[in-house]
Design a protein around this ligand. Structure first.
Ligand code: BES
Ligand code: ZN
Length: 396
């Protein structure tokens, strides 16, 4: 029954492709162009899509996917990762436990160095690309900027010895934009675990060929974790257990980048101890009080409790339980792979930025609701998460 309703919805959207896009630049007439300059996206290409509550994935075109998403239907595009999660049952590592926070003073010293100006400069640059769409030329350019920025920050802020323990890599995909992975090796020889802090670097407009500055979604999360990384290395921090920062490509295409990365970790039997996603960290809706939204659905309960404890301990604002639904962001890919993941967002889901995301108005200067101070709270959380779960090797 549910399937039929969904099918009707998707078919209806296909029958009226233009009705969704109330924008003068959207294509007029019945026939859509097959080529869009600067984009490598074929609207009639078939994709395999996993929808909520369905046993099997369904085939739809890129255009049908775009239309489904614009109607609020969430999905994993599993075209390249149909077997994600199939190895979870064979994993040997015990379910991780999360000991109480114990690095109070070291964490606080780093928190004091988090810099609002860096967040502002980062957002200005990252939103200056016309779109960060994962199949666009400018989406490749924004990714290259991000990679270069991380490299520069590492050279400028990490002590020489620490630099030898850091690797900065592009994770290539079948589309233009790569995911970016930064790893700080742990000093421990008997802990093979990895802690992951993630955000998605891509942006999209509901109609992907239109401008998408993606300031909040997810320029904010991307820059919140970048500033956390900068502050940590500037403090000379090296973890005992490896910690990685991930900037995923193609989240907006159906969690494509994070699924590909999670698939790779799964196939190499990597021991991911904890994954924390930051998607939308800037918006404080007018008339609401500033909070941190802790997502309680499709997340790991133990790690979520731990994440709340860190908010209580280290942030200046309280948390609120909230839900985001099926396939909401990249944490869902890690969960699908059987790894513990959490998701922290700018507010409760209802009070989050539904108004501007996926439009040309997802800008930092569109209203005073976009807050760099709020973004910094998430940088604090990322620092605390990295140090408390990765440890701090004082021998380094
Ligand atoms: N950041 C959004 C998720 C979101 C939307 C959070 C609104 C809070 C309020 C994310 O980038 C997104 O757009 N996700 C897609 C699903 C994805 C699998 C295509 C969505 O919500 O449609
Ligand atoms: Zn997002």
């Amino acid at each position: 029954m549910k399937f039929l309703a969904l099918f009707a919805l998707v078919s209806a959207a296909v029958a009226t492709p233009l009705a969704l896009y109330d924008n003068e630049q959207s294509p007029l007439g019945d026939v859509l162009p097959t080529e869009y300059p600067g984009f490598d996206l074929k609207l009639d290409a078939p994709r395999l899509v996993q929808l909520e509550g369905q046993e099997e994935p369904v085939v739809m075109t890129e255009l049908e996917k775009i239309q489904a998403k614009a109607q609020g239907i969430r999905f994993f595009d599993v075209t390249e990762t149909t077997d994600l999660g199939s190895l979870a049952q064979f994993r040997t590592a015990a379910k991780p436990s999360y000991p109480p926070p114990s690095h109070n003073e070291s964490v606080r010293a780093v928190l004091d160095t988090l810099n609002i100006q860096n967040l502002e400069d980062g957002i200005k640059k990252f939103t200056s690309f016309r779109t960060r769409y994962y199949r666009s030329d400018t989406g490749k350019q924004s990714q290259t900027w991000l990679l270069n920025k991380i490299t520069e920050l590492t050279k400028e802020f990490a002590p020489k010895l620490l630099q030898n323990s850091i690797s900065i890599q592009e994770f290539p995909h079948t589309w233009t934009q790569s995911s970016v992975i930064v790893r700080i090796n742990g000093t421990s020889t008997d802990d093979d675990g990895v802690v992951i802090i993630g955000a998605h670097q891509d942006s999209t407009n509901n109609w992907p060929f239109l401008p998408a500055p993606g300031a909040d979604d997810d320029g904010s999360g991307s820059m919140s974790i970048l500033e956390a990384y900068r502050a940590l290395i500037a403090a000379g921090w090296q973890p005992e257990r490896a910690v990685e920062f991930h900037w995923y490509a193609a989240e907006e295409g159906g969690l494509l980048g994070s699924q590909a990365v999670a698939r790779s970790y799964e196939s190499r039997n990597v021991n991911v101890v904890a994954m924390s996603q930051y998607d939308m960290t800037a918006f404080v809706k007018r008339g609401t009080r500033e909070q941190v939204g802790i997502i309680t659905d499709f997340t790991d309960p133990d790690l979520t409790q731990y994440n709340k404890d860190l908010v209580d301990l280290y942030l200046d604002i309280p948390w609120v339980d909230t839900q985001c639904g099926y396939a909401c962001s990249d944490h869902a890919s890690w969960r699908k792979a059987g790894y513990p993941s959490v998701f922290t967002i700018e507010s409760s889901f209802p009070e989050s930025n539904h108004q501007y995301i996926h439009t040309a108005n997802d800008r930092y200067d569109i209203s005073d609701e976009f807050s760099f101070e709020h973004m910094r709270e998430f940088s604090k959380l990322a620092v605390a998460f990295a140090v408390e779960l990765g440890g701090w090797s004082k021998s380094s």
